[in-house]
Design a protein around this ligand. Sequence first.
Ligand code: SF4
Length: 414
Amino acid sequence: MTLSINDLIVSAPGSSCDGELAKSPWEFDGFPGYGPGASEDDLIPEPVVRPGQLPAAYQRMPEDELHARIRAAKQTLGHRLVILGHFYQRDEVVQYADFVGDSFQLANAALTRPEAETIVFCGVHFMAETADILARPEQHVILPNLAAGCSMADMADEDSVEAAWEYLTQFYGDDDTIPVTYMNSSAALKAFCGRNGGIVCTSSNASTVLEWAFEQGRRVLFFPDQHLGRNTAKAMGVPLEQMPMINPRATDLGVDAGVLRDARVLLWPGFCSVHKRFTVAQIEQARAQYPDCKVIVHPESPMPVVDAADAAGSTDAIRKFIAAQPSGSVIAVGTEINMVNRLAAEHPDKTIFCLDPVVCPCSTMYRIHPGYLAWVLDGLVEGEVRNQIVVDADVATHAKVALERMLAALPKDD
Ligand code: SF4
């Protein structure tokens, strides 16, 4: 029997990067406000069931019954429901997804089911916001647990980006700066890009997007993930000295005026708490243990890690890389553990393992426990839409401009 991540975390306390993960989400979400890592700036519709307030009946329900309820609700709702599951989602939940993919694929998948009345997004908040922006007005988008945010998305807020933008506009005195936001950002920042001639990117189409941006202007303001911005621009030949990291808290953005003058990519100091854990030492360790092993990492990893790996790419690119390796290959992967373990199960003829020896799932996505999924699906069967994500209409209009530019910027390998 294969152990799930949940089994591993619960059965071996101390084996994970966060001791809170061994608890049910309603236990560690039961603090005032949101739990650590949730998107505290997210717009939350009212009335709302706050984290920690999942009805007690669902908190106490045996796993078997939760799964029976999910299956029954799916059957009853039929084509009126579509469930989207991110690659990083836990197995107990992702098994019910009609589409499993990265954020680019799921944004497209949502568009392929216009007949569905409800989209249940088993991912994190910014993904559900994006689905709401792209969905038909009659469709509802549900995030089963509102505490499923993204800590990286919280690292760039609208006020800080606006302030940096104002400084840059005055400094350069031109309109040659193009804002590019990573998909992992609030709808407000996507709207900022839409209003200012910018675009959204994902890890799968980041280089296509940067090429597009350099056709529109001389330089790019890239937020929130410094690593994706740096790794992508470096692969395109932009010298490191022309991609300074700004300090949004400093009035002059903390960058020497001469450096700022020549900059091609201005990086925001955001990062992913899962991918920043990967190190060059882990790669050396993997190669010491398996001299012929291949190493592939996600471009949210730090630059020295990407440089030391054999390849880097989005979650979808990682899947394709692994599928292309011959039987018997050994592959060390630098991305989220749920996805790595799923890939290992899909390729029993290959040895596939996570570079990070500590079990470290995306702790915010992990909050979509089957209890929350059963609760929102039961609500739909009863005619009640729970935990609906609604993006403000004006924000959605501008964000859609930047998202449609993103959807037109196809990944290089497509
Ligand atoms: S893996 Fe990192 S970037 Fe992705 S949703 Fe989780 S915290 Fe955010």
